[in-house]
Design a protein around this ligand. Structure first.
Ligand code: 5GP
Ligand code: ZN
Length: 111
């Protein structure tokens, strides 16, 4: 838990979100400003500020994040999706607690 981190507050249920899935390591909720018909955020419960701060110790969490992303997508019949993780302000990161954006439900171009 990091003070003033909006995603830590969602994880701790101090701030509301539309939660899609949750286990001991991951929470998935709808993005408040969706950029596609489906725009969900896949968030490790461990507060890691950016992709640059991931360590060897986080290997299991990061692997689990991808397995859960695939499982939640399949369970919701989402078969085409774009995954994005912004790293750093200049790349568009605004919440400094790592998360994968899952975008789906419209035709999206190449990156
Ligand atoms: P970033 O720009 O850091 O990659 O992505 C942050 C995302 O979090 C944005 O798409 C933004 O709309 C979303 N977001 C920011 N604050 C909240 C919030 O309080 N609740 C929810 N559900 N999403 C949020
Ligand atoms: Zn946090």
């Amino acid at each position: 838990m990091e003070n003033n981190c909006i995603f830590c507050k969602i994880i701790n249920k101090e701030t509301k979100a539309e939660i899609i899935f949750e286990d001991d390591k991951i929470i998935v909720f709808k993005d408040i400003y969706p950029k596609a018909p489906i725009h969900w955020l896949f968030v490790p419960k461990k507060h890691i500020p950016t992709h640059m701060e991931i360590t060897e110790e986080d290997k299991e969490i990061m692997g689990h994040l991808h397995i859960i992303t695939q499982k939640v997508a399949k369970e919701n019949n989402i078969n085409h999706y774009k995954l994005i993780m912004n790293c750093g302000y200049e790349a568009g990161q605004r919440v400094f607690h790592i998360h994968l954006h899952l975008l789906s439900g419209k035709i999206m171009g190449e990156v």
